[in-house]
Ligand binder design. Structure first.
Ligand code: FAD
Length: 434
């Protein structure tokens, strides 16, 4: 009987320009496509109509349609990753598994287990680089150690990057290189315990106007001046190679942002302790106030600081928040309210469509001042000054806080000047204690 190469799709929900598919096509096997709704991940989600699950479901349906036109089908299982993989191996004659690397600690240990299971059944399990241009060990300092500061990392990244070596993968899938299996519907959202979400997924904006004016316009939340690549890079509906090819047509700053993404990814892999601890150990001493009622006010966008409230309400309503506003709300939580950055990180993880562990953790630690190459702790964002600079005519604020300027809008929950002095003293005490 002919054996198959199993393509296990995870954060790479596309049939084109996909490293695992490209490599499997070099083998003598026909391709069979597989996806697992992993209950270990799904069970952690708080919201049963999580828009990200809905998005994955929609993208899988598109892939299944494309496969059905070639006489094949996507195999979808719902359950624990290892158990589902064993089922697939038992149901189909699999010779080898091709899948793309996922660098998050949870995924890495899942893949180690899956590899063991496969090898015990004499099935090869091979992982490919697909999610990044450069992995954690490809951009290193002269002494072979990882970079912990962004600018030299970015310079090295640029000097190592040669566009020709990182072009999108090109190949053709057809009925002679993929398995002909009976078409199967993928399980419905309700079968996997979820419901439809009303949140709209932002579409990618890589227009010439966006790319050429990115640096001048990217900080203004009222403008639609960024790419919306977040969720698409998160789940792989666009490849990083294609994103970088587009970025090369625009101004330098846009590519720099994609390099920030890789910078934080290599930090998470090379320094896995950041998952739960401060990158700079001294900051583990900070005496957070962690007031739950204040955290509620922040989460609900009722702080009385309009730029903070606009951001938090936008997040709840759309699963998105502009980068500038993410920095402002994060700074407000950590510095003005002295609430542990991990609370904010977890809240964002729950709500952001583009949630990515490395980027989220890296940016929260950056704002808190405890991360690698972080903003110095004594630089405290002033939410009023930030609003004057980045939303001067209140366009963004009015969209999300319609009662702003009326009696219905709450008074500021804290005096920013007082909060600034308090955080400087608290941080100084923690750092001096060492
Ligand atoms: P664009 O400005 O068009 O940027 C293009 C792409 O570059 C982004 O999609 C992203 O992949 C990458 N990028 C841009 N800025 C950063 C950055 N600072 N760090 C890492 N990558 C970056 N980004 C996430 O993708 N997931 C997160 O969970 C996340 N959490 C964040 C938490 C905080 C507190 C802050 C301050 C920022 C966070 N970011 C996160 C970074 C940034 O806000 C988003 O990537 C960006 O707003 C997404 O919108 P866009 O795709 O239109 O961005």
């Amino acid at each position: 009987m002919d054996k198959y190469a199993l393509i296990w799709l995870r954060r790479d929900l596309r049939l084109h320009d996909n490293a695992a598919i490209y490599h499997a096509l070099q083998s003598k096997y026909k391709l069979l496509f597989y996806f697992n709704f992993d209950t270990e991940i799904l069970d952690q989600l708080e919201n049963r109509n999580d828009a990200r699950v809905n998005f994955i479901h929609t993208e899988l349906q598109k892939i299944n349609q494309q496969l059905s036109q070639l006489g094949s089908s996507l195999i979808v299982k719902h359950g624990l990753a290892q158990e589902c993989l064993l089922q697939v191996i038992n149901e189909y004659p699999i010779a080898k598994i091709y899948t793309n690397k996922d660098y998050e600690p949870f995924a890495t240990s899942r893949d180690i287990n899956c590899k063991d299971i496969c090898e015990s059944q004499q099935i090869e399990f091979q992982l490919f680089k697909d999610q990044v241009i450069f992995e954690e060990n490809e951009i290193l300092k002269k002494d072979g150690k990882p970079y912990t500061v962004y600018t030299p990392y970015m310079k090295k990244w640029r000097s190592e990057f040669n566009s020709k070596d990182h072009l999108p993968y090109s190949y053709e899938l057809n009925s002679s290189n993929i398995t002909q299996v009976e078409y199967q519907e993928i399980p419905s959202l309700s079968e996997i315990g979820f419901a439809e979400s009303s949140i709209e997924i932002p579409t990618i904006n890589l227009s010439e106007n966006m790319l050429n004016n990115y640096d001048a316009r990217r900080n203004f939340p009222a403008l639609k001046a960024t790419s919306n690549l977040g969720i698409h890079l998160r789940f792989g509906t666009i490849s990083v190679r294609q994103a970088v090819q587009e970025a090369l047509k625009g101004d330098d700053q846009f590519l720099n942002e994609l390099i920030w993404r890789e910078f934080f990814m290599q930090i998470l892999v090379n320094f896995p302790k950041v998952e739960s601890e401060c990158f700079k150990p001294a900051y583990n001493n900070i005496q957070w106030l962690n007031n739950e009622e204040e955290f509620e006010l922040w989460s609900n966008g009722e702080t009385g600081f309009p730029i903070v409230d606009a951001g938090m309400r936008e997040l709840k309503a759309t699963g998105n928040m502009h980068n500038r506003v993410r920095m402002i709300v994060a700074s407000f939580l950590v510095k003005d309210l002295l609430i542990d950055w991990r609370w904010g990180e977890a809240y964002f993880a729950n709500h952001l469509l583009d949630y990515d562990q490395a980027a989220n953790n890296g940016n929260w630690q950056w704002v808190a001042g405890c991360g690698c190459d972080a903003a110095p702790y004594f630089r405290v964002f002033n939410p009023i000054e930030q609003q004057k600079k980045f939303d001067p005519d209140f366009t963004y604020i009015k969209k999300w806080v319609p009662e702003f300027g009326t009696d219905a809008y709450p008074k500021p929950m804290i005096d920013h000047k007082f909060a600034r002095i308090r955080v400087l003293e608290t941080f100084k005490k923690a750092l001096d204690a060492l």
